[in-house]
Design a protein. Structure first.
Ligand code: SAH
Ligand code: CA
Length: 215
């Protein structure tokens, strides 16, 4: 797998980071063995990062765009307040069984809701204001999701966007070598960097995580 930092350093960081729970370990193993494109899963290290961030924020409402097999949703839900709720949306219904089982296994049945559908259309129907939004779906629509959710984020709340370094392709100097996703992520990153509505830091964890705080 692509790593921004050297594999040795990553292994060292992994080994000095909290381990996964049994439920997450099982979900990770299941995903790698049975689901297409398992590289999309957040996995141990990024999962612990998301859980730690969520525990710092202590959100009441979390929105996740792009569930996949539910790994990041379970990690983010770790920081929810007792009466908090996480809504996670995916256009692909195929992983519903494993998502539901994992939510139950983690004891989060009352806190985590999985909704199948196109994220943009679903978000329009939801009544919540969020303390934390995780954008991790179709890369060409990142800007659309960002503009959609920013008004729904509480002042002082966060939007976290995954894969914003896109395996390092964002710094590819040859424009002809850039695919549509890379171009979209470049435009998204440039937009966020200039957006005065948020404070932001692009962190080179795994495939790049943009952390934005609404002013
Ligand atoms: N957050 C997950 C990984 C998400 S992978 C984790 O870290 O483990 C990206 C997901 O976005 C895929 O499951 C894909 O089906 C979903 N997706 C793509 N387009 C979408 C859309 N328009 N609406 C909702 N989900 C979408
Ligand atoms: Ca991702």
């Amino acid at each position: 797998m692509f790593t921004i930092i050297s594999p040795d350093i990553q292994t060292y960081c992994d080994s000095h980071t909290e381990q996964e729970s049994e439920v997450l370990k099982k979900l990770n193993r299941y995903t790698c063995a049975n689901v297409l494109q398992p590289r999309m899963i957040s996995g141990h290290f990024q999962g612990r990062f998301l859980a730690m961030i969520s525990k710092m924020i202590k959100p009441k409402y979390i929105l996740e765009i792009g569930t996949y097999t539910g790994y990041s949703a379970l990690c983010l839900a770790e920081g929810l307040l007792d009466d908090g709720k996480l809504i996670t949306i995916d256009i692909n219904p195929e992983q519903e069984d494993i998502i539901t089982k994992s939510i139950e296994g983690a004891g989060l049945k009352n806190k985590v809701q999985f909704i199948v559908g196109d994220a943009y259309n679903i978000i329009k129907t939801l009544p919540y204001q969020y303390d934390l939004v995780f954008i991790d779906a179709d890369k060409q629509n990142y800007l659309k999701y960002y503009e959609q959710v920013l008004p729904l984020v509480n002042s002082g709340g966060y939007i976290i966007c995954d894969n914003v370094l896109w395996s390092g392709k964002v710094v590819e100097p040859d424009a002809l070598l850039k695919d549509k996703d890379t171009i979209a992520i470049n435009q998204f990153n440039d937009f966020v960097a200039k957006d005065a509505r948020v404070e932001k830091i692009l962190i080179p964890i795994r495939d790049g995580i943009y952390v934005c705080r609404k002013r």
